[in-house]
Design a protein around this ligand. Structure first.
Ligand code: AMP
Length: 469
């Protein structure tokens, strides 16, 4: 794919800016979406952060506004001519998008403004009064303005719902519907979402007219910029393998995904005890706490950020050198979303998955979605079946995902690699077993590999790419 921006139909002002940004060629989502948006089509795009989607809708949106005569609603106040409304779930994203609008629109005469909650509303009211062509907003505060009648949306020509899935996850559907109700019926609609749940489809059905589909998530997963690898490993050895990978690779910034909040917490505690600065991010942490954690991660004081899918979705983090799936997600599409955090346009990234025998069905589902196999590599010293399962988890009743199970008091593993698993490391009372959520297909009774079952377990993962072990 080597296509120029001007070939997509973008004007000289825009191709100039794009060149200044150092973009040499459009990303796949840009190549597909830009011509469609320029034509005036409604678009439903499956694209996640890191694909270049922001420029994918901002560039053609700017061009449309610059070339179309503004619609004049006789009832609207003269300066209240919001012509494009971009709704997005978080203030970070809103700020990022508005920044992009300013950057890409710098040779044009269009005015943009940013509206989000948690800050004084008055400066926003002033900015709206001064006149706005492009409004970037989070839904809650936008509604506040509508209710206070400090905002008029009857001139909107283009509506963008960015990260629509996240907006729904965050409970914005009602707010979105209330905003939609005050928009003029005739407008262009662009809906961007990383995933397509039934709820998103329902929203899209009611919103989009004869939409053109743009789907790049899968292609992104196939991106050569993201090196993907699976490390087969026993679940109870995962934490030590992670410590080993971070230390031996001297990784400075790694985002680690777990399935559960509790697992995220305990993993970050474990890493800290092993001398690796780590923080967990949960959905129920306050916004300031999340901002602090994120700032620490960005400035390098926190090397490892442990997050669940939902928590990570609210975070403005991307372009990471390393993403680790400590546990595979239950939904294969989430894998694509996770690894999309690495290796965005122009930079490379590595996405590693620590996969225990119990997670094989999840891995199979992901490989099916990607329509290819991910390289498997057993790390020397961490071969599946090599380390006996700690006694505390070796009972038949042990939950799946027993990497957490081995924290339930009892005697710590005796193996040298379990040295970090001192019972006192969390200082907390014995936590309830963390149960990994079941994969989509019902799990078979977990086969607890015994030490002597190692060969069989390893064989499950054997692939030509494997080395060592
Ligand atoms: P987004 O997916 O919109 O969050 O964009 C991801 C990043 O890719 C942003 O930092 C953009 O500056 C960058 N980017 C967007 N388009 C291109 C392109 N065509 N070539 C290189 N980088 C790009």
């Amino acid at each position: 794919m080597s296509q120029s921006f001007s070939a997509l139909g973008l004007s000289a002002e825009l191709t100039r800016v794009v060149a200044e940004q150092g973009y040499t060629e459009p990303t796949p989502v840009q190549a597909q979406a830009i011509p469609l948006i320029l034509e005036g089509r409604d678009v439903l795009a499956g694209a996640q952060t890191g694909t270049g989607k922001t420029a994918g809708f901002t560039l053609p949106l700017l061009q449309r506004l610059a070339t179309m005569p503004a619609r004049a609603d006789a009832n609207a106040q003269p300066r209240q001519r919001v012509r494009a409304l971009i709704l997005t779930p978080t203030r970070e994203l809103a700020a990022q998008i508005e920044e992009s609008v300013r950057t890409y629109g710098k040779y044009m005469k269009l005015k943009s403004t940013l509206i989000y909650g948690g800050v004084n509303i008055n400066p926003q009211i002033d900015a709206l009064r001064r006149g706005v062509d492009i409004l970037v907003a989070t839904p809650g505060r936008l509604l506040d303005h509508l209710q206070q009648k400090t905002l008029e949306l009857s001139n909107v020509e283009i509506l963008v719902l960015d990260e629509a899935d996240r907006m729904l996850d965050m409970g914005f559907i009602r707010d979105i519907r209330r905003v939609l109700a005050v928009l003029p019926a005739k407008r262009q609609n662009l809906l961007f979402s990383a995933t397509f749940s039934d709820e998103i489809r329902k929203l899209a059905d009611g919103l989009l007219h004869n939409p053109a589909m743009v789907e790049v998530a899968r292609r992104n997963a196939e991106s050569e910029l993201v090196a993907q690898r699976v490390h087969p490993v026993d679940s109870w050895v995962k934490r030590d393998l992670l410590v080993h990978l971070v230390s031996s690779g001297d990784w400075k910034q790694v985002l680690v995904f777990t399935r559960m909040k509790s697992g995220a917490n305990r993993l970050s505690e474990y890493l800290c005890k092993a001398g690796i600065e780590a923080t967990a991010i949960h959905g129920n942490k306050s916004q300031p706490a999340r901002t602090r954690a994120l700032a620490g991660f960005k400035d390098g004081t926190v090397r490892v950020l442990v997050a669940t899918d939902i928590a990570a979705r609210g975070l403005d983090i991307e372009e990471l050198p390393h993403v680790v799936n400590f546990e595979l997600p239950n939904v294969p599409e989430d894998y694509v979303h996770r690894i999309g955090r690495t290796g965005r346009a122009g930079s490379s990234g590595e996405a590693l998955s620590l996969v225990s025998a119990e997670e094989r069905p999840l891995l199979a589902a992901i490989e099916k979605l990607l329509t290819r196999r991910i390289d498997k590599q057993i790390v020397e010293g961490f071969e599946p079946g090599k380390t006996p399962q700690p006694a505390a988890t070796a009972t038949p009743a042990a939950p799946r995902g027993s990497h957490d199970g081995n924290r339930r008091g009892g005697s710590p593993g005796r193996d040298a690699r379990n040295r970090g698993q001192a019972p006192a490391r969390s200082g907390a009372p014995a936590p309830a077993p963390v149960r990994a959520a079941p994969p989509q297909s019902p799990p078979r009774a977990p086969q607890r590999p015994r030490a002597d079952a190692g060969v069989a377990t390893a064989a499950l993962f054997r692939s030509p790419a494997r080395r060592g072990g």
